[in-house]
Design a protein around this ligand. Structure first.
Ligand code: SIN
Ligand code: CO
Length: 375
């Protein structure tokens, strides 16, 4: 793989080997001459929508306050010490989506979203740690980052947000537009705006095993089959009517022990789980959708591309899109893999897919999961 300016002139392999999950990396001019993709007004407008996750955090004096969006009204831009954070900007904005795509040297299954923060002078979210890796790209103005590998991650109790009780900065950097800081999970940090500033965070998803386990059991609940019904032709009357008998316990235990799952079940679960859009994501269907026949002609002419909001993954013969799974025929595997990897499919390749896949593409188009054209 090539050396990337984005990673300060090292290859993704070297970044993953030496820094990922291990230590911070400061990259001066990761994106030389970077200009913010949205103005503060455009960001504030996004934060008014109820399908956009946002927060407003202020520390006026020593007092921390946090409010969840939608944010109807902001403090005055002339007032110091507040910050607005908007999650998932890549879902709503083409250039933000294109910026996220630059981080696809990390697999899609691990990439989460692009968060944009706007802060007035001295604004920030306080010294804290995150459970995920993060790339912090300075987009506008300057931010002073202080970071620490400290093991003491205890938090001040009773705060509206996570604030470290004992933060001891070990390193300090002032980031300017185009500079980027990578931080591993659980690395203590505090970013304070030096004048008005905007920071873009590329975040990752790392569900807890508890969360994965609970979701897997829900998935299995929909797919297990245990025929028959409890019966006890050999029932004998005991002396204690309220006691569950050993015979009953044994019989139920042996039925439950019949529940099996395979690697394939896990693969299907994982693909559906990881491709599931967040609950506040809504797709826009085309204003006037084409019939299957017209769609087929148009898509062979123009190709198709995935919506910014679509999550598409695959594994072996399984393809996952927005929480649904499909088993694909051998002849369709490479075109669907191309659609997932490139997020678009040339017309020539659309022309080669089976009738089933063409119908699926048409349904996805009708649902707003993909659109005609190459984007
Ligand atoms: C910010 O952009 O203000 C906060 C990002 C972070 O510290 O995780
Ligand atoms: Co953080």
């Amino acid at each position: 793989m090539n050396k990337l300016t984005l990673l300060g002139g090292i290859t993704p392999q070297r970044f993953l080997r030496e820094y990922w999950h291990k230590k911070p990396l400061l990259i001066r001019q990761a994106i030389p001459g970077f200009k913010p993709l949205l103005t503060r007004e455009q960001l504030a407008e996004l934060a008014t929508h109820d399908d956009v996750e946002s927060r407003l955090i202020s520390h006026f004096g020593a007092h921390w306050e946090m409010r969840h969006g939608p944010i109807a009204e902001l403090p005055p831009y002339g007032k110091n010490g507040w910050t607005m954070l908007v999650q998932g900007v890549n879902l709503h904005h083409d250039a933000a989506d294109a910026l996220m795509q630059q981080f696809r040297f990390i697999p899609d299954a691990r990439l989460d979203d692009l968060m944009i923060s706007y802060a007035t002078d001295t604004g920030g979210v306080g010294p804290h740690f995150d459970s995920y890796d993060v790339f912090l790209l300075q987009a506008f103005g300057e931010r002073r980052w202080r970071v620490s590998a400290q093991k003491d991650l205890s938090l001040i109790e009773g705060m509206p947000l996570k604030i470290l009780k004992n933060f001891h900065a070990e390193q300090e950097f002032v980031l300017e537009p185009g500079d980027m800081l990578y931080l591993p999970p659980h690395y203590a940090h505090d970013g304070v705006a030096v004048g008005e500033c905007m920071t873009y965070s590329v975040g990752f998803r790392a569900p807890s095993y508890q969360e994965i386990g609970e979701s897997f059991l829900q998935f299995m609940a929909d797919s297990i089959e245990l025929p028959g019904r409890y019966a006890d032709p050999d029932l004998s009357s005991g002396r204690h009517p309220a006691e569950i008998s050993s015979a009953m316990l044994e019989r139920v235990a042996s039925e439950i022990a019949r529940i099996r799952f395979t690697k394939d079940d896990i693969a299907i679960f994982l693909g559906e789980y990881l491709s599931e859009p967040k609950p506040n994501v809504f797709f826009a269907a085309p204003a006037k959708s084409l019939s299957l026949k017209r769609f087929a002609e148009a898509s062979i002419r123009q190709g198709v591309s995935l919506s910014r909001k679509t999550r598409m993954l695959y594994r072996g013969k399984y393809v996952f899109i927005n929480g649904e799974s499909f088993t694909v025929k051998r002849e369709d595997k490479s075109s669907l893999a191309a659609l997932a990897n490139d997020r678009r499919l040339e017309g020539k390749l659309v022309g080669g897919v089976s009738g089933d896949v063409l119908e699926a593409l048409h349904t996805w188009y009708e649902d707003g999961w993909l659109q005609l054209g190459q984007k």
